[in-house]
Design a protein around this ligand. Structure first.
Ligand SMILES: Cc1ncc(COP(=O)(O)O)c(C=O)c1O
Length: 401
């Protein structure tokens, strides 16, 4: 799925220049991938999609047959996902929930909350009594757990196992469990434990983290003589932008989760990946505007840039890409072309940070050739600073819908 699929390639080459850049999503490829992920997971493992990775309604809808629900992290995501996939279960998490957001969630029927502090538990209890009197809510405190030594070392984005604003410190775990079980808030049910500790972990690292979360959660519950129905071990399955042909080993992960689930038949395990579900279905297609030499290196300036596809700038990688040569040159002026073998692909912004990929093997790259950047289906358009320099927005195409 890294080289453009036939549908994406055809669209990237047939759009007029003025319709570029464009995000091209292959929904058929997304469905195939999500189906394979679902098939690799044991039945007893629930799969929620972390909508923050890509909340486009078409993406949310394409995933619907393969996921048990959606993880949302703001009032905006909540209302949006509720509209896009009506009636599907939502889990509301994320730090700093406002009273307004919680009230909206309750009004929209959300009955499952990942709480990030004891303060949030108290606020939720009062707002629930006011907004949906009598309703019972499933509450999963998110804990910032200690993790096995070294298990987050390779993570690009560690949110747990060290000081962060995410989740509840384990030192407060007993107090939070008491708050949820001593009758103070009878409508709040301690359904389980939530932990999303890092993004970018491979299957063996994910399994080590999942196991330690389950062991910790079970010990906590035993200490209080309560029964947990669920443990949510989070998302963060790796997407390797330096080896775009590789995939997270869902088969190994599913097998390991199956073993963990078999050891605890009373427990439902849940995961909430974002990036590893949708990254591979999106391409950012554009055309080369100019090719130039600078101090011994060659640069191609493409239409658009990191204001549309911020992923390489924010993660510090080269976005994988394919050149789609275009022989036609409609202009009366000469066509610039690369003389060397490698070219750095930069965008139209007036900042040296606007680089999409460095030293790409692209001998002979010409103005007018097209480039399709892959792995652009997650944390791409939706994390970018669209209005900087006021260039036009890209087009959006959902293929195979
Ligand atoms: C609580 C939570 N769950 C799930 C995710 C999804 O992570 P990823 O897209 O790396 O799978 C995130 C990402 O930040 C998160 O904060």
């Amino acid at each position: 799925m890294t080289r453009p699929t036939p549908a994406v390639r055809e669209r990237a080459l047939s759009l007029p220049s003025t319709a570029l850049p464009a995000y091209l999503y292959d929904l058929a490829a997304l469905r195939e991938h999500a189906g394979a992920v679902r098939a690799a997971l044991p039945e007893r493992v629930e799969l929620y999609y972390a909508a923050k990775a890509n909340p486009d309604p078409e993406i949310l809808a394409a995933l619907a047959p393969f996921v048990d629900g959606y993880d949302v992290s703001s009032g905006g995501e909540l209302s949006h996902v509720h509209r896009a996939v009506p009636g599907r279960p939502l889990a509301f998490g994320g730090p700093g929930k406002t009273p307004g957001e919680i009230t909206t969630a309750l009004e929209l029927g959300v009955r499952r909350f990942h709480v990030e502090s004891a303060y949030e538990v108290r606020m939720l209890a009062v707002l629930a009594e006011r907004t949906v009197p009598g309703a019972r809510l499933a509450v999963l405190p998110r804990f910032n757990l200690p993790v096995p030594d070294g298990s987050l070392e390779k993570s690009a984005l560690a949110m747990g196992g060290r000081p962060t604003p995410f989740g509840i410190d384990p030192a407060e775990a007993d107090a939070v469990v008491r708050l949820l079980t001593d009758g103070t808030y009878p409508r709040l049910e301690l359904r389980g434990i939530h932990a999303h500790l890092a993004s970018g972990l491979e299957a063996d690292e994910q399994l080590a983290v999942a196991r330690s979360v389950v062991v910790w959660a079970t010990a906590l519950a035993d200490r209080h003589g309560v029964r947990l129905a669920e443990v949510n071990v989070g998302g963060g399955m790796a997407v390797d932008y330096t080896r775009p042909e590789t995939r997270f080993d869902w088969a190994a992960y599913g097998k390991g989760l199956g073993e963990l689930a078999d050891e605890r038949p009373e427990l439902t395990l849940r995961i909430e990946p974002g990036r590893a579900l949708t990254a591979y279905c999106g391409w950012y297609a554009t055309e080369v505007l100019d090719v130039k030499h600078s101090h011994g290196e060659e640069f191609a300036v493409v239409r658009g840039g990191t204001h549309h596809l911020r992923t390489p700038a924010t993660k510090g990688h080269d976005q994988p890409c394919s050149v789609l040569p275009v022989d036609d040159w409609p202009h009366p002026w000469p066509r610039p072309a690369a003389r060397g073998d490698v070219v750095t692909l930069a965008g139209q912004l007036c900042t040296p940070k606007d680089v999409l990929a460095r030293h790409v093997p692209a001998a002979g790259l010409r103005a007018g050739d097209r480039v399709a950047f892959s792995l652009a289906g997650a944390y791409a358009w939706n994390i970018s600073h669209h209005d900087f320099l006021m260039h036009p927005r890209p087009g959006f195409h959902y293929l195979g819908g």
